[in-house]
Design a protein around this ligand. Structure first.
Ligand code: AMP
Length: 583
């Protein structure tokens, strides 16, 4: 698939077209390959498949499972049982999911097939992207970070899926083929200290400013975080470039050595960066200003990343935002074939040979204005990849080469259309209920929409919402929702924040919530403002638990499992407002 001068775009797209035209057969064939490979494992043998590899037998023998069901098997593997438990091939690595949605990372199996499918999806997504936004050979300013790794009781390396991928040999060669070589040396990506790595990513990006063709990160949150930091440290970066000496804040020897070797005194570049920075108005368009040959900003911008788009657009100025692929530590799902679409409209065409996919139909969530009782997300029998219907919502079920069989991923997607015969999915939200006190059920998406609505009231004050989360507070009687906001400045007028609080309460339109608020079985919503830097502290807390910045997603609800995060929010609260809605 790869040619000497890079990727043969038309060939990659042509192969993808063939695969997606024959999605029914490709799915059947993919399932057959997975079952032929792993039919003799302890897990599948115990289910009585007896060598059968057709979808019918598979569905009748193998139950739908969640991570909880498979955890004991994975734990045995991590503890050193090397018999074929879930996969025929021996497992050598464990992946840790980001754990920011559940409160703790999930253990999953990592395999060479996952590296292979990662490279496959990177190539396909690059081919579609490059057809719309062709770039010259060059470099990428990538805010990517590895996470800590440790060895399990059974001697297996455990780290986040992204780190497992970055460490693979295939990653390096594929990045070269798709013009995505990072400006930063590997020592920076694999550095043990996130702050030092971030500083050096920015510095290396500036050193190679003319060669940078795009700016990216895995999740868009990391780009916004990087430029918020840039606003504070840009002068120090200029000094390093002017004098050719790396700041003393970089103390890790491997990073110092690698980055120092790229630095030499360059007052012309330093002056030009300085001039550009001082002439910018509130950092609008800083990316195209400092990286004039960058053609787009790239990363996962959908789902829980949407709240960061406003700030990202501010930094990106006139550059398009291009959404990256859809996947999880469990495996990949799909890629955007319409890279020109803004993130809010992005859909993902499922790769039919990357796994065997089923979809549990979900009944749409009922809103207060439609019905008095809510019957949210009730479910039916799963259907196959090509049997899904446009406009309907589903939970994804994955079967793949990483030892997952009919595994409920926990993501809700909506079918937006088809690309040939494979569906194009719009990411909706994580399935797990977010806020609930009694009959109310508000998902991550409901909260996101309410916050988006209420934060519009901040625009007139020239304030940004930096980040947010929520909690169902049962310590009061009745219980009530608490929404935590960090703002770009701590001087918001009280009347504006009161209006935001009222708006949040009214913007949650789930029937169970509205009904409970009216009869006062849920108390007035509380908006708590936390001081600047609070969400950074939350990020650090998760990094301490082994999470990777590259996979970090702010938890949108802080449940009992997250007592430490709750404490951070509590310690940093500076003001609180109670809603006057429903009086
Ligand atoms: P993790 O395994 O910790 O990296 O988290 C994977 C989860 O991130 C998925 O199950 C999704 O909920 C979310 N996710 C991954 N890619 C996307 C995407 N392109 N758009 C929206 N959410 C995504």
């Amino acid at each position: 698939m790869l040619e000497k001068e890079g990727l043969n775009i038309e060939k990659v797209i042509g192969e993808f077209e063939e695969l997606t035209k024959n999605a029914v057969e490709v799915q059947r064939e993919t399932l057959k390959r997975i079952l032929e490979e792993n039919g003799e494992t302890e897990y599948l043998r115990s289910l009585g498949l007896r060598g059968r590899v057709d979808p019918g037998s598979f569905k009748s023998c193998v139950p739908l499972i969640t991570h909880k069901d498979i955890e004991p098997y994975i734990q045995r593997i991590a503890d050193g049982d090397s018999s074929p438990i879930l996969t025929r091939k021996p497992v050598t690595k464990i992946s840790l999911s980001s754990g920011t949605t559940q409160g703790k990372p999930k253990y999953l199996l990592f395999s060479e097939e996952l590296v292979h499918s990662t490279m496959q999806i990177y190539r396909i997504s690059y081919a579609f992207r490059n057809r719309e936004f062709p770039i010259e050979p060059g470099k990428a300013l990538q805010f990517i970070y590895s996470s800590k790794q440790f060895v399990t009781k059974g001697g297996l390396i455990a780290t986040t899926a992204t780190t497992n991928v970055y460490r693979s040999e295939q990653f390096k060669s594929t990045m070269k083929d798709i013009q995505s070589q990072s400006c930063s040396p590997f020592e920076v990506i694999f550095g043990p200290d996130f702050h030092q790595s971030l500083y050096c990513h920015l510095l290396c990006g500036l050193i190679y400013s003319d060669e940078v063709r795009f700016v990216s990160s895995t999740f868009a949150h990391s780009i916004v975080h990087a430029f918020r930091t840039f606003e504070e440290i840009w002068e120090e970066l200029c000094n390093d470039i002017r004098g050719g000496v790396l700041s003393s804040r970089i103390t890790i020897p491997s990073i110092r050595e690698a980055v120092s070797s790229l630095l030499s005194p360059n007052p012309t570049l330093a002056d030009s960066i300085y001039e550009k920075c001082v002439s910018l108005s509130n950092w609008y368009g800083v990316i195209p200003e400092l990286w004039p040959n960058a053609r787009y900003v790239y990363g996962i911008m959908t789902g829980s990343m949407e709240p960061y788009l406003k700030k990202l657009r501010h930094y990106a100025g006139n550059l398009p935002l291009v959404s990256a692929e859809y996947g999880a530590s469990e495996g990949w799902i799909g890629t955007s074939v319409d890279p020109k679409l803004p993130p809010e409209l992005t859909t993902f065409a499922v790769l039919p040979d990357i796994g065997y996919f089923e979809f549990i139909p979900l009944k749409p969530k009922v809103e207060a204005r439609e019905l008095e009782t809510s019957d949210s997300h009730a479910e039916l029998e799963p259907v196959g990849l090509t049997e899904v219907q446009v406009g309907k919502e589903y939970e994804i079920v994955v079967t793949n080469f990483a030892g997952l069989y009919r595994y409920r991923l926990g993501d809700v997607v909506k079918v937006a259309g088809f690309h040939n015969s494979t569906p194009k999915l719009k990411f909706v939200c994580r399935r797990n209920l977010l806020l609930s006190i009694n009959i109310d059920k508000n998902t991550e998406k409901d909260l996101q929409l309410a916050v988006e609505e209420a934060s519009k009231l901040l625009a007139a004050e020239k304030l940004d919402l930096v980040d947010f989360t929520s909690q169902a507070d049962m310590s009061t009687d009745p219980g009530h929702y608490v929404i935590f906001w960090e703002l770009s400045a701590d001087n918001a007028p009280k009347d504006v924040l009161q209006s935001c609080c009222d708006c949040l309460d009214r913007a949650l339109i789930d029937a169970g919530y509205v009904g409970s608020r009216k009869i006062k079985s849920i108390g007035p919503l509380e908006l708590r403002i936390v001081r600047g830097g609070t969400f950074q502290k939350i990020l650090h807390h998760f990094l301490g638990l082994g999470a990777a910045v590259s996979q970090f997603k702010t938890p949108r609800c802080v449940g009992p499992a997250n007592a430490n995060v709750s404490q951070i929010l509590c310690d940093n609260c500076i003001e609180s407002f109670f809603s006057n809605a429903y009086y």
